[in-house]
Design a protein around this ligand. Structure first.
Ligand code: TRP
Length: 426
């Protein structure tokens, strides 16, 4: 069986946090180590412009996310790692797909609908107020990201499932209109990593402002962990590990043995302060080496840029010829282009039109035959058929000669047919 292609992108609007690491980056890097998969990971920087119009922030986030993947040990010889905007074919494909995406499908996109609802709730008469075409057609750009590399599996968060379904719809429509060029991609959602809690116990997310940046300094990490919400249970009082953000974050990084031990300490009534110190030391130990590498990369951005360029080259080696195929399928071709299939189907057309011509000719004959059938019958009924045939043809000839052009043509046709039909006697 050929390899499955796994592809995912991260929008470059924020600083990577523990939730991004556990939910997206770590499983992606693990998949890229698996020889059953071809992996494509990218910085979705054109997606960033949909929701963020702060250039410094987009640029900073792009540097940080690139450095994060590399610091965490992504092997860019195994995976194809690139920046979306280094692949102009993706934006070109976006337009080709846009022309096959019904507006109604985009009207149903969650992100767009949420923005419309927010306007409605705010009593705004203009329901599209503040909504850009970028936000509206965002699922098409995402479909292009995926279809450009004919990806099979798209690891994403739950909020992105609808976009993968839209990519399937769009691919299906394109395939149906032209040629079956696109795979239909599938979302892969890991339920466990959907639940990484943030400082306040809700899902860790930029939008809740409850994140722990993956590579913040040791001091910042300590102070953030100290902010994690706990209850009022006193030291010595048993604590439910499953109800504790501290335990959950610990367990996401721990081995089974470490987890079991920490569970016991919770049940035995570990003090919250102590649990926080334990979590801090534990995470800090895990993060020290990649944090150092991250900081080195951020002060050697020329190198990171080079890695991205190499990735873009690898990606474009696939994207350029595939886009050419897609454009050709849609009729965007060099003027001199002659497709082999087109030749074949043109030949088919000729065959068909020869058949058709024969049918038309047959119809024409039958119509004329009706006109002259009486004359033919006269010949057949005559005792001297040869004589009668000559007379009939002579009469018709005289008629033809005495006629004006149009009528003459008609009579000439009749005469020709008579000669044919009566050839045996003439
Ligand atoms: N829109 C995705 C998000 O916000 C990021 C993304 C862009 C993506 N293009 C993609 C994810 C293609 C998977 C595949 O999370």
């Amino acid at each position: 069986m050929s390899k499955q292609t796994v592809l995912t992108g991260i929008t470059t609007t924020g600083t990577p946090h523990l939730g991004n690491y556990l939910g997206a980056i770590k499983p992606a890097i693990e998949a890229s180590e698996n020889p059953a998969f071809d992996s494509f990971f990218f910085l979705a920087d054109y997606h960033a412009l949909i929701k963020c119009h702060e250039p410094e922030r987009v640029a900073r986030s792009t540097r940080e996310i690139a450095a994060t993947w590399l610091a965490l040990g992504l092997d860019t010889d195994k995976a194809t790692f690139y920046r979306q905007t280094d692949i102009p074919e993706i934006t070109e494909l976006t337009w080709l797909l846009t022309c096959h995406t019904s507006k109604g499908l985009m009207n149903r996109a969650h992100a767009y609908k949420a923005a419309v609802d927010a306007n409605r709730d705010a009593g705004n008469d203009d329901l599209d107020d503040g909504i850009t075409m970028g936000l509206f057609s965002y699922p098409i750009l995402m479909a292009a990201d995926i279809l450009m590399f004919n990806a099979d599996i798209i690891p994403v968060g739950k909020d992105q499932i609808q976009h993968i379904e839209m990519a399937r719809d769009i691919a299906g429509r394109f395939n149906h209109s032209y040629q079956p060029l696109f795979n239909l991609p599938q979302a892969q959602v890991d339920e466990e990593t959907q639940l990484i809690p943030g400082l306040d116990g809700r899902k860790m997310s930029k939008s809740y402002d409850n994140t722990i940046p993956l590579f913040c300094s040791r001091d910042e990490l300590r102070s953030l962990i100290n902010k994690i919400k706990t209850d009022l249970r006193a030291p010595g009082e048993p604590k439910d590990p499953d109800d504790s953000t501290l335990y959950q974050l610990y367990s996401l990084f721990a081995t089974a043995a470490e987890r079991a031990q920490m569970r016991q300490r919770f049940l035995d009534g570990i003090a919250w302060g102590e649990a926080k110190t334990e979590l801090f030391e534990f995470l800090d130990a895990k993060l020290t080496a990649p944090r150092q590498r991250y900081n080195e990369l951020l002060s050697d951005l020329g190198y990171v840029e080079q890695v991205l360029h190499k990735g873009a080259e690898k990606a474009r080696a696939l994207a350029i010829p595939f886009l050419e195929q897609i454009r050709i399928a849609a009729g965007i071709r060099p003027l001199t282009y002659v497709a082999p299939q087109v030749e074949k189907s043109a030949a088919k057309k000729e065959e068909k039109s020869a058949e058709e011509l024969a049918r038309i000719e047959e119809g024409r004959r039958r119509a004329i035959l009706k006109q002259v059938q009486g004359l033919i019958d006269r010949v057949h009924l005559a005792p001297n058929k040869a004589e009668e045939a000559q007379t009939v043809v002579a009469e018709k000839t005289a008629e033809v000669e005495g006629l004006k052009k149009r009528a003459r043509e008609r009579a000439q046709n009749e005469l020709d047919l008579l000669r044919e039909e009566l050839a045996a006697y003439l």
